[in-house]
Design a protein around this ligand. Structure first.
Ligand code: PLP
Length: 423
């Protein structure tokens, strides 16, 4: 008997007892190699002494003080360090408890920013099909994962969903990458014209698509072209690096590799590395100035924004990622893992594509390599892969979007940056 409202009502998972490095152990003593950090969370692995000590120290000082009354040293320091490391003019950090909260804050700030500039007609979001931005209603509406959205469709605001940048399936035979990129950009331009540029609030995307497509990076130049369009049309660019940020792709922020800086950037997962629930919405000083010089108040907030213990944990995670340069391990270790995957699965009849960046890798599963026909297993295949790997002591993260009305399937790997070649 359990009183926990578990994710699945048909399956109660084993009880985890402890973690050490790249491994988790359940109460029977069975070891699991954490090949996906749960869902790309545990970038440092488990039991990192530097982070746990920072949490303990902070608990000894102050655990909680409401941000309506106080700021805290860990929040101030974290915001200063994050904005210092972030690309472009991202100079303010709004610290929340996770990815969905960061995305909700981003959407509401975008709307309030336009309102306070007197640009009151801007409320429409352009986002992409096959994307995921969180499970709260604004973030869910923004995302384009058909399966996750379906039950809640009547509760979701209208969003313009355009094609994802997904070369494996989107690029046509004989079409160059540049021509494919032109076609995607033309679709975005056409949607802006159809809706009216003056009505559009923001363009939202994951630089490297995570849960829905399985580590799909953009083609060259895609985000730079979108940046130009946003600037030309007064549209804010919101990049969701909740999954692909914090070093996962080999640079602290994934968008650095695409040569763009957004107006708003969201991170979470790897920011707390699983040691504390924390996310951050970074925005430009210019956006902050509009609010500061207008109402003076961001009309949003949660009880736990800027939580001192979560901020202290994230500060210690940054020490490990940047100070100890664990991010520097990501590109070389990612190349090793990718090479192994290619050797092992490159010719596998049911592996259509191996892709990703850094230690953020995806294998797309297909019925047939030549036709790319998706495996249509009514989502059962995701659970089967997860269970089979788990039984063998490996944690990986299968998923998939909807491809031509059928269930797609991929396996996402996002191991900790401390991973060794043996592991
Ligand atoms: N955005 C992206 C890209 C994600 O992958 C996720 C979670 O998987 C979220 C947002 C939501 O984050 P959270 O589950 O922390 O609310």
């Amino acid at each position: 008997m359990t009183h926990v409202f578990h994710r699945s009502s048909t399956h109660i998972p084993p009880t985890v007892a402890r973690g050490e490095g790249a491994y988790l152990y359940d109460t029977t003593g069975k070891a699991y190699l954490d090949g996906s950090g749960g869902a790309a969370v545990s970038c440092l692995g488990h039991g990192d002494a530097h982070v746990t000590q920072a949490i303990q120290r902070q608990l000894g000082e102050i655990a909680f003080a409401h941000t309506g009354f106080f700021t805290s040293e860990p929040a101030e320091t974290l915001a200063a360090r994050l904005t210092d490391l972030a690309p472009g003019a991202l100079n303010r950090a709004y610290l929340v408890s996770g990815g969905s909260e960061a995305m909700e804050a981003a959407l509401k700030l975008a709307r309030q920013y336009h309102l306070e500039r007197g640009d009151t007609g801007r409320a429409r979001i352009i986002a992409r099909r096959q994307s995921y931005h969180g499970n709260t209603l604004g973030a869910l509406a923004t995302g384009g994962n058909a399966w996750r959205r379906a039950p809640f469709a009547p509760l979701l605001m209208e969003v313009s969903h355009v094609a994802p940048c997904y070369a494996y399936r989107g690029q046509q035979d004989g079409e160059s990458e540049a021509a494919y990129c032109d076609r995607l950009i033309a679709e975005i331009e056409a949607e802006i014209t159809r809706v009216g540029p003056e009505k559009i609030m923001a363009f939202v995307a994951e630089p490297v698509v995570g849960a829905t497509l399985g580590a799909v990076p953009p083609v060259a130049g895609y985000f730079r072209r979108i940046r130009e369009i946003c600037d030309r049309c007064g549209i804010l660019m919101i990049l969701d690096e909740v999954m692909c940020g914090m070093g996962r792709t080999g640079t602290l922020f994934a968008c650095e590799q695409d040569g763009v800086a957004p107006d708003i950037l969201c991170v979470a997962k790897g920011l707390g590395a699983g040691y504390q629930p924390i996310g951050a919405m970074l925005c430009t000083e210019a956006m902050h100035e509009v609010i500061a010089g207008g109402s003076g108040f961001f009309q949003h907030g949660h009880t736990y924004v800027g939580h001192p213990v979560a901020c202290a944990a994230a500060g210690a995670v940054l020490d490990r990622l940047v100070g100890d340069d664990l991010v520097g391990r990501v590109a070389p270790m990612g190349a090793v893992l990718r090479g192994m995957l290619e050797d092992r699965f490159g010719q596998h009849p049911h592996v259509g594509d191996i892709r990703g960046r850094g230690l953020f890798l995806g294998l797309e599963l297909v019925q047939d390599r030549d036709t790319k026909a998706p495996i249509d297993a009514d989502r059962k295949i995701h659970a089967q892969i997860k269970a089979a790997a788990f039984a063998d002591g490996l944690i990986c993260y299968p998923g998939g979007g909807t491809i031509d009305g059928k269930d797609g399937a991929h396996v996402l790997l996002a191991p900790p940056f401390i991973l060794s070649e043996d592991q």
